[in-house]
Write a protein that binds this ligand. Sequence first.
Ligand SMILES: [Zn+2]
Length: 219
Amino acid sequence: LAGGPGFGGQVRISTVDSINKLGEYFSKFPGIGPRQSKRFVYYLLRQRKESVDELITLLKKLKEDTKICASCSRYFPSSEIGLCSICADRNRSNETLMVVEKDIDVDNIERSGVFTGKYFVLGGIVSPLDKNPGRKIRIEELKDLIKKKAKNNTLREIIMALSANPDGEETTDYVVQAISPLLSENKTKISRLGRGLSTGSELEYSDTETIKNAFARRT
Ligand SMILES: [Zn+2]
């Protein structure tokens, strides 16, 4: 048999199975299953080499070129001042602060054009079973920001804009409990956007109309 013993020794082929390896990588992406991840791989194989090279360069630079905003904690293209474009925008109000779970929620709300205040990105969500919820979200950073704003006496409203599901509710309750002692009740109110979203809906998947309605009906 070809390649078998006694036929010029064993044929050794070192194989880096790029298709499967890359497929495995993509399957770890949020919301991507094994079948979809393979589709990505085959899509890349069909692209011109230059376009794949461009993607490689972008991936290489992503971490280097991106920083976390010193104020709202969202990712932004690195700049001298250390603040993202929203936090650095003087035309945006400092009277309202919207607390969201993730960066993509900021993008979504910005697209709706309904909000002109500032944001804070918690970076996660807590669930009722978490023993140490404070470690999963940026609660200390949020408290620091609120203390700073309280000192300047500018903050009128904090809008909790987390998803309308049990974990979102749990996180909202946890955050409200943690920040309430920092606020004087008659100066800063805390409202919840989730009550304007239909139950179970995630902010990430809400369209502009839904966000506008939820914003108008926040309580
Ligand atoms: Zn920012």
